[in-house]
Structures are given as structure tokens and as C-alpha cells.
Write a protein that binds this ligand. Structure first.
Ligand code: ZN
Length: 221
């Protein structure tokens, strides 16, 4: 896993297998916030990064943009060793416990890659809350409980799968994994409202001034 500092408080960890996947570590006065759980292979390097880059500062919370398998992969090891709750939009929680199945994953696979989480480690997001400098915004469409996190001080949006990025260009989320593309594009208007300088996409890159590119993204509908 490569680790790259994106802004003063926000770091990206990313791997390239089989699809580029990005997670985020956000530093604040009290410690670290992890946004998304990526792939299982990211756990060891992430652990090492906390020890070295972040000098052993404590991981205080885990936030999810959503519960697709490539966003929760290392959380099983992590929650076991750290006893931290996993916080997601309340609509997303039944998908994480296995009560509901996503219908947009590969034909026939549904939730088979997603081991259910024990309900007692899941915690619903307070949509009016501030989590280590991050403000959550409900951005449904890719899935029902998708959330993007905005860091006002650093003016960066952690967009999860609200968009993808390809060679610095803002793109739509991956069609076959997106439940409702129209709704997801509407949710994407959050970049017009917030005007983030940087928008970081889980797959996989960071886009500058997404609010300008967003206009074309919707036009080519
Ligand atoms: Zn997804």
C-alpha cells in the first residue's frame, strides 16, 4: 500500500489490485480517523503506517462511505484488534449485518464477499456530527446509504464511490456496481455546493475543482 499526503490533515492509502482502491487516514488533534476499509491486504501496511508515519497516534474511529466489499476488507482484522466501532449511514447498516443484500454487485455474487459484521460493532452516523474534522453528507445512488465526507478546513471531499477518477478527470461511478446512476449523479451536485478544491475517489484518484468538471459529467448523460 502506498501512502500519500493529500492535504495538511488527510492522507490516502492506495493499492492497485485488481482495481485501484483508495482509503483515507485523517489526522486531528486527538488522533486518527480511518475512512473506508479497502481490501484485506491493506491491513498490515496500514498498521505499519500508523506506527511509523503517524508515530503510534491512536486510531479513534472508523467511518464508511458504504459497505461494498472493496470498502470494508481490512475491517475484520482491525475491529478485532482495536475494538473500535464501525460508523456508517443507518440505511447501510442492514447491508453490513447481512440482513439485506446489494443487488448491484456482480451477477450472482451479491454479498458473498461481505462477511457479516456483528451488529454491536456498527454505529449509525450522526448526520449533523463532526468526526475528527469530517462532516458527513448523505449521497445516495451508488447505494442507498452512501456518504461522502467533507473536510472544510482542508477543503477536500472524500467521495467514496460517488465518482471515479481517471487520469485526473472526474468520471461517473462504475455502472455495474451503481444501483441508481441518475440519483448518484444528482447526489454529485454536492461538489457545486461545497466547491472542494480536491475530490478524492476510492477508485482511484484525486481530482481538482470537481465542481467545474461535474457540469460536463451531467451534460453527457
Ligand atoms: Zn461501491
Amino acid at each position: 500500500m502506498k501512502l500519500k499526503q493529500l492535504t495538511r490533515h488527510v492522507w490516502a492509502g492506495y493499492v492497485y489490485w485488481p482495481l485501484p482502491v483508495m482509503i483515507w487516514i485523517v489526522e486531528d488533534r486527538d488522533g486518527l480517523t480511518l475512512v473506508d476499509g479497502g481490501l484485506p491486504s491493506m491491513w498490515n501496511p496500514m498498521h505499519e503506517a500508523i506506527r511509523t508515519t503517524f508515530r503510534g497516534r491512536s486510531l479513534n474511529r472508523i467511518l464508511l462511505t458504504h459497505g461494498h466489499s472493496d470498502h470494508v476488507g481490512m475491517l475484520y482484522a482491525l475491529t478485532e484488534s482495536l475494538q473500535l466501532p464501525v460508523t456508517a449511514h443507518e440505511i447501510e447498516i442492514p447491508f453490513l449485518t447481512g440482513e439485506r443484500s446489494y443487488t448491484t454487485l456482480r451477477q450472482g455474487s451479491k454479498n458473498k464477499d461481505i462477511k457479516p459484521f456483528a451488529p454491536n460493532i456498527l454505529q449509525p452516523l450522526d448526520m449533523k456530527g463532526n468526526y475528527g474534522g469530517l462532516v458527513p453528507f448523505h449521497t445516495p445512488g451508488h447505494c442507498l446509504g452512501h456518504v461522502a465526507y467533507y473536510h472544510p478546513e482542508d477543503n477536500i471531499l472524500l467521495a467514496g464511490d460517488l465518482f471515479t477518477a481517471f487520469f485526473d478527470k472526474l468520471r461517473r461511478p462504475i455502472e455495474k456496481f451503481t444501483a441508481n446512476m441518475e440519483e448518484s449523479l444528482q447526489s454529485g451536485a454536492i461538489v457545486k455546493r461545497l466547491q472542494p478544491r480536491l475530490t478524492a475517489c476510492a477508485h482511484c484518484g484525486v481530482v481538482k475543482d470537481a465542481s467545474i468538471q461535474y457540469i460536463n459529467l451531467v451534460k453527457n448523460n
